[in-house]
Design a protein around this ligand. Sequence first.
Ligand code: KG4
Ligand code: ZN
Length: 351
Amino acid sequence: MKVMGIESSCDETAVAIVEGETDILSDVVASQNEIHNRYGGVVPELASRRHMEVIVSVAEEALARARVAPQELDAIAVTCGPGLIGSLLVGLSFAKGLAYGWGKPLLGVNHLEGHLLSIFLEQELAFPYLGLVASGGHTSLYLVNGFGEYELLGATLDDAVGEAFDKVAKLLGLGYPGGAIIDRLAKDGDPAAIEFPRASLSGNALNFSFSGVKTAVAYFVRRLKPEELATRLADLVAGFQEAAVDMLLERARLAACKLGLRRVVICGGVASNSRLRRRFKEELGLLNKEVFFPSPSHCTDNGAMIAHAGLRRLIKGESSSLALDAQSSLPLGGRASGIFSWGSPRPSQNK
Ligand code: KG4
Ligand code: ZN
């Protein structure tokens, strides 16, 4: 079966054609980094306007590279939430037009499900596993019991981890998106030279918080003399990155051990981080956990993961109505019960 996957929830316009579970015939991503770079973050209106401009040519290129004609497609899968509402509406409206015009089933996909299943584009994996979505919009920990079977274990109460990387990069004047830049600069720094706080939360111990470490970096920078910033930059970003990785790793370790899970999948843009990859492999490996990462191009937003999640739903005989609406806040799965108390406030899933 051949499925077209369309992704436009944030600042990537992406269309892929996937055949079966793993055969990626094309995977086209038009990034908007150069548009948002000068603002140090995504400007929602500019993002949706850019999606409007490029989505047709991105889809045409995906079909051409795959050498697939529209009649050969079995379904159109599209991200319907969570994300920036204007951006989502562009992709969803476009997908509906294609599904209607070509007479194909439409499959609305939750963006988080796309990330959680992205590993299957590259390899088979047994259930259950612990899935950590670590991206610019989300930091959520899931128990994945099967395709379509997700239990939310914990989520960030404030900033997503990628958002914290981007905000720290912005305050240091490093550019957007900041994650990859910090990753690179931190290689020259000592992660133990400057220690930033690690949030530990009352209530659900699997929830996250990254606004404290971001604020601590801002205070630290404010106390530096301008000439000191350049000499301390590498240690500064290495110290911040270490705190962020520590917080992710601690929750993943706790959840995997408490639930007796042997497999841990880390996905989303921040899963490209080289320090995170090394420490997760090494430290969870010592506990006999197997750690899996999609390749970096499948960690950041892409159409292939949406096509794949759509395919899994198509196989189950599901499809969406053409009345499907986009939702900026779209929870995935129910909250796991009986493991940790959820406490309050309610974790946000919609940033
Ligand atoms: O998954 P993604 O493409 O979009 C969302 O769904 O949010 O993730 C983008 C995020 C950005 O915040 C970016 O700074 C971060 O992933 N990122 C990284 C790295 N590469 C991308 N963060 C840390 N280290 C990296 N190497
Ligand atoms: Zn994403």
